[in-house]
Design a protein around this ligand. Structure first.
Ligand SMILES: Nc1ncnc2c1ncn2[C@@H]1O[C@H](COP(=O)(O)OP(=O)(O)OP(=O)(O)O)[C@@H](O)[C@H]1O
Ligand SMILES: [Mg+2]
Length: 311
């Protein structure tokens, strides 16, 4: 295990932000913390990065206690915070040189790393621009570059794509996947369930300072989701006949279509369509909607997990 967290407790003056959080991150995985505002994601990440103290519990990185071996641990982690920490009046290159100095990189290493990361993150044209002149997406790339200067084994990304439009978001996902394919271990936080689903090998669902469920996205959806639905639309005059033919799957007629609630829709599909087709009924539409991590969150907490806020 590359990160082990045991029973972590952290209070601010009047809020208990972490109420006994335990989990482990395996080397080379993308591990997601999914939860609404105030769940405790940033607090947890800042503790792992050694930026914040905690009240109780234990955090080890590669079996090293983060408090006792803070210096060794620091070099293993690259942190890309929720609010970018770049100097806005400096250029991207100057910021990267500064980041390198924090890890005592030689000037040769610094130059090589800047060249490599600028290419990797598509920042080549922006290296000599002041940070304040960059778009939000480019700022995030520059911030990621700063956190990768010392080539850390673990990359911690606090809400890496919040506020991005869908295209920029997807581009950023590709970068994260590429880091992953190079063998980095990635811990990221998000309140975007689509992001957690698309990127993460495992997801810890957090709410109010606790982990309420932890598993692979597929397993979470199977276990806590509301099941899948097969939507079958046939010509109006054929609805009753179709409903009869499909009765063993207990279809419900809603909004002019038959809905079949099942656990494993894809297994059922061939039999279902041949049952209709065999009796000469042509379906205008057969569609499957599967449960999402949104359903999982709703079922576990009774609340909705909406991009940016829980309502
Ligand atoms: N510096 C602080 N002082 C006092 N309370 C704090 C501080 N930082 C966070 N909190 C509180 O701790 C709780 C957890 O906050 P945290 O920022 O860790 O949540 P989060 O999951 O990162 O939320 P978000 O999705 O909004 O970033 C919240 O109730 C927050 O108000
Ligand atoms: Mg946060």
């Amino acid at each position: 295990m590359i990160i082990t967290i045991e029973n972590l407790v952290k209070s601010y003056e009047d809020v208990v932000a972490l109420k006994g959080v335990s989990f482990q991150v395996e080397k080379g995985e993308i591990f997601g913390l999914l939860g609404p505002n105030g769940a405790g994601k940033t607090t947890l990440m800042e503790i792992i990065c050694g930026l914040r103290r905690f009240d109780e519990g234990k955090v080890t990185i590669l079996d090293m206690d983060i408090e006792k071996e803070a210096d060794k641990v620091k070099g293993l982690i690259g942190f890309c915070p929720q609010e970018t920490l770049l100097y806005r009046y400096l250029s991207v290159r100057e910021n990267l040189v500064f980041a390198a100095s924090l890890y005592s990189l030689s000037s040769k290493e610094t130059k090589e790393r800047i060249r490599f990361l600028a290419k990797f993150l598509g920042l080549e044209e922006f290296l000599d621009k002041r940070v304040e002149k960059l778009s939000g997406g480019m700022k995030r790339r520059a911030s990621l570059a700063a956190s990768l200067m010392h080539d850390p084994e673990i990359v911690i990304l606090d809400e890496p794509t919040v506020g991005f439009d869908p295209n920029v978001k997807r581009e950023f996902w590709e970068l994260i996947k590429q880091l992953h394919s190079e063998g980095k271990t990635i811990l990221l936080s998000t309140h975007n369930m689509e992001e957690a689903d698309a990127l993460c090998d495992r997801v810890a669902i957090m709410d109010l300072g606790k982990i309420v469920a932890l598993d692979k996205p597929e397993t979470l959806k199977k276990r806590y989701g509301s099941g899948a639905v097969i939507h079958v639309k046939v010509k109006g005059s054929h609805v009753e006949k179709a409903a009869k033919l499909l009765r063993r799957w207990k279809p419900k007629l809603e909004d002019g279509e038959l809905k079949i609630f099942v656990k494993d829709p894809w297994k059922l599909m061939p039999e279902l369509s041949s049952t209709l087709f065999g009796k000469g009924i042509l379906a205008e539409k057969i569609e499957v909607t599967e449960p999402t991590l949104e359903d999982v969150f709703l079922n576990l907490t009774g609340k909705r997990l909406v991009e940016g806020e829980a309502v």
